[in-house]
Design a protein around this ligand. Structure first.
Ligand code: HAM
Length: 445
């Protein structure tokens, strides 16, 4: 039987040519979160299965259909399908919630869900997410939404709509569940088996069932927003007011219920129509009961997560900028063993000072080495052979302009290279400045 060594369906390889795109998102996400007072947390890739049953919820699609669970000896473990449960578990287990509140953490991690793969929907995907614990105030909701919006803006993303809703607290939920039960009871025969069992236990979950038939039936179901208690209504009104004050556009979408059980009050999603059916780039909300449910005190909390693959799909589509990947500063083309040794010595020294230096390791001829230097986009090259070694000097070639400059191969090599390198940087800065001035000059003519 042939061995299958292809990557599993729904997973992706990120190749070296694309890593700078991921680094761009990760860097901007980290900096944005830190500027709002969040610190990074790192948690295990797998947890005890019970953690997800308790938090994400036993009647959710994620738990019922999508978890990767293994039995190891006597214990059941699950690859995390999301970051909130593990993060709250870690905060509780490490006493973070006994420290000054609000506690604010962010994470960048992989998640695993056994879904049907399609564009923007993977079985292993990555989230940038964050959680804030301690504040019951709607200003915390506005703060977290504002952070998400700031990040999307800083990534250069356009045309992403913010939808908000409130799904109430256990008090409003009780009346709402009754209304839902009597609505779905009438079309009970058409529901899928999973939804049939949800009807008793948790009828709200029928609202986000992925089956088209259940989806059609759910279209005219009662809306939670019509069942909010006074406290939840007031919370929602205040949030709307804060968002308006912050200049953040939003639309109320009373149909958002989110696919995870822990949410209370505010839920929100940032959605684009530009990458197909999986257009939700960010989802989040408040979960005031989760910490208590996992054995902690009653501490209200909230957060969100963004799918990094989806962000990258939109960035690609909209032609957003990325951080420039680091390129080779100097390449030594060598002829003979002594030249190779000199190149190794100089490269080591240059790298100590932060330069990206390379030399030939493939025993190529000079022409092939120069071709390679061109291919990797080296900024400068130096040809080293017996003549150069005997004379103690060589030609340093600026690969962009073609200019050559003599450089001494002595103990001041790095310092001499610094000067040439800085000159080149200044020139390219001047070029960059000259460019935008051009249309302005034209206008003033
Ligand atoms: P979620 O809505 O399940 O929420 O996932 C958050 C984001 O992860 C989605 O909006 C989407 O961008 C991305 N995502 C989800 N599933 C996939 C998939 N199969 N393939 C690619 N991307 C995906 C949560 O996970 C919550 N823990 C968010 C949260 C944090 N709520 C409060 N704090």
């Amino acid at each position: 039987m042939a061995i299958n060594i292809k990557r599993p369906n729904g997973t992706e390889d990120v190749l070296p040519k694309d890593v700078h795109k991921w680094l761009t998102v990760e860097k901007i996400a980290r900096e944005t979160a830190e500027s709002f007072g969040f610190s990074e947390i790192r948690i295990p890739t797998f947890e005890n299965t019970d953690l997800f049953l308790r938090s994400v919820g036993e009647t959710t699609d994620v738990v019922q259909k999508e978890m990767y669970t293994v039995m190891a000896k006597e214990t059941k473990f699950t690859l995390r399908p999301e970051g909130t449960a593990g993060t709250i578990r870690a905060m509780l287990q490490n006493g973070l919630l006994n420290e000054a509140l609000p506690q604010r953490v962010f994470y960048i991690l992989s998640c695993f869900r056994h879904e049907r793969p399609q564009a923007g929907r993977l079985r292993e995907f990555h989230q940038f997410g964050l959680e804030m614990a301690g504040s019951p105030s709607p200003c915390a909701d506005a703060e977290v939404i504002s952070l998400a919006k700031t990040l999307l803006d800083r990534l250069g993303l356009k045309n992403i709509e913010l939808y908000i809703n409130s799904i109430g607290c256990p008090t409003c939920r009780a009346k709402y569940h009754e209304a839902l039960r009597s609505y779905f009871e009438e079309r009970k025969d058409e529901l899928c088996d999973t939804c049939l069992s949800r009807l008793e236990k948790n009828p709200m979950r029928i609202l986000d069932c992925k089956s088209p038939v259940c989806g059609e039936i759910a279209k005219d179901a009662p809306l939670i927003i019509d069942y909010l208690c006074e406290e939840c209504s007031e919370h929602f009104e205040k949030l709307k007011n804060y968002l308006t004050k912050l200049g953040i556009d939003y639309k109320v979408n009373p149909k958002i219920v989110r696919g995870l059980d822990y949410y209370t009050k505010t839920v929100f999603e940032f959605v684009t129509t530009e990458i197909g059916a999986q257009g939700t780039v960010c989802g989040g909300g408040r979960y005031d009961g989760l910490i208590e449910q996992l054995g902690g005190q009653h501490i209200p909390a909230l957060g969100f997560a963004m799918g990094i693959e989806r962000l990258l799909l939109v960035m690609e589509k909209q032609g957003c900028d990325y951080l420039t990947p680091k390129k080779c500063d100097i390449y030594f083309a060598t002829m003979g063993d002594s030249a190779l040794e000199k190149a190794m010595e100089l490269s080591r020294e240059l790298r100590e000072y932060g330069y990206f230096a390379e030399y030939d390791m493939m025993n190529r001829g000079l022409k092939a080495q120069m071709k390679y230097a061109n291919k990797i986009g080296a900024a400068f090259t130096v040809v080293l052979g017996d003549n150069e070694l005997n004379e103690g000097k060589a030609k340093l070639k600026n690969m962009e302009s073609g200019d050559e400059k003599e450089i001494l191969l002595d103990n001041k090599f790095t310092a001499n290279f610094d000067a040439v390198y800085i000159d080149r940087m200044l020139e390219s800065l001047e070029d960059a400045e000259a460019f935008p001035a051009f249309p302005m000059n034209k206008e003033s003519e």
